[in-house]
Design a protein around this ligand. Sequence first.
Ligand code: NAD
Length: 481
Amino acid sequence: MLYYNGQRQTGTSNHSIENINPANGQIIGTIQTASEDDVQKAIESAKSGFRIWSAMSPTERGRILRKAAELLRSKNDEIARIEVEDTGKPISEALEVDIHSGADALEYYGGIAASLHGEHYDLGASFAYTRREPLGICAGIGAWNYPIQIACWKSAPALACGNAMIFKPAELTPRSAVLLAEIYSEAGLPDGVFNIIQGEAEVGQLLTRHPDIRKVSLTGEVGTGKKVMADAAGSLKHVTLELGGKSPLIIFDDADIDEAVNGALLANFYTQGEICSNGTRVYVAQSIKTEFLKKLIDKTKLLKTGDPMDIKTQVGALISREHFEKVLTYIDKGKEEATLLYGGERFEGDQGECKDGYFISPAIFETDDESACIVREEIFGPVMTVLPFTEETEVVRKANDTIYGLAAGVFTRDLKRAHRVVQQLEAGMCWINNYNVTPVEIPFGPYKQSGFGKENGLVTLDAYSQLKTVYVEMDKIDSPY
Ligand code: NAD
């Protein structure tokens, strides 16, 4: 289902996508994708929505966003179940994080909307001022790992600034964004301000190449980011790219080892490893490596893999058969180039109850080969690689030796070292003595080929608005003519 003009619409292309539950391989439903004509209708819908929304007072806009946050939270359990069916992630995570972190963004930007303003410049007799204006129609294109969160993180700042948005969820997780659209409508958002189209890359391109769209914000792979940027260049759209990573997590010899083990688990096995910022290269000081690995493996053995709808499950199913096979291929490759210390097997459950799903037991590899594929490439599954180091300068060099720059983590009790190291890390999001925490108040976004631009925080408002400068002459023109 698509959503424009404030209601659900059916796609009219002659192509449909099967929505499959990764936990059992069964078809949940079929989605008719958007045709070019549908996309044009969504654009017209967004144009009329934009006219109304951009003329409303920021206070009214903020009130509607905050109301939507409240409605979203009230539907937490219902949406969590849909996210779990679509993504295969554990229900305990979806209930706790996915919807709430989306609602946080609606609440946060809803609270800020009324404070957006320009500035006044005193120029003696004359003066100037700036107006913070919306860009117009923005496109949001999402990945499948956090569908509702991504839809909220993109739409909340866009709408707070007075823009309209057309959002395309990932083709593997089409449903929750439509529920968000309905929630926005119920909260009082004028028709056409938030629209949904469905489909694969070709449908995404209809947005990124459309001259009436002023901005595109993508969450996806590095290769997709390059294509989106090239297509957006045709009409010089503003671009935000939140792409993949292969982030380092550095554990120094003075770290609290139990905390570091917890950090490494969070950085690798949450959402069965399908998190862009995951710290999949775990650099451990040589002197504590044996103790760290023992504790790490002991704790990993306790993780419960299985039915994502079971509240006790901690590792769910990978998103699709194709992705599952890709991750297993990396694990096979890893066995040739590194030592597999634990896991990395297809998981079918004690009674074979998971045999039709795409489950892999969390894998821990060890190697000192920095050139190994499993060290260099984003796997996007439950695959951690532990690497040794002895010197601080050595580990900083190794940590930065990657095309990616999304995130990084440091565990140490030495305050000076923590800040000294973080200062040298080429990553947009760094954590000291924690990992993968992303409260809405702080900017989250990449360096290097992981993309550019931020989500969350005040700075994101700059990415969804433009400043108009107005000079006002109060005297006679000082003319040389
Ligand atoms: P993907 O790049 O395959 O797809 C992302 C979205 O882009 C989908 O909606 C897809 O339909 C669309 N798309 C694909 N090709 C397109 C094109 N040429 N033009 C326009 N749209 C196009 O990524 P994925 O497999 O859905 O997600 C996994 C990737 O996302 C991983 O690399 C992961 O690291 C990254 N990711 C990054 C962040 C972040 O914040 N940096 C967050 C989550 C996921």
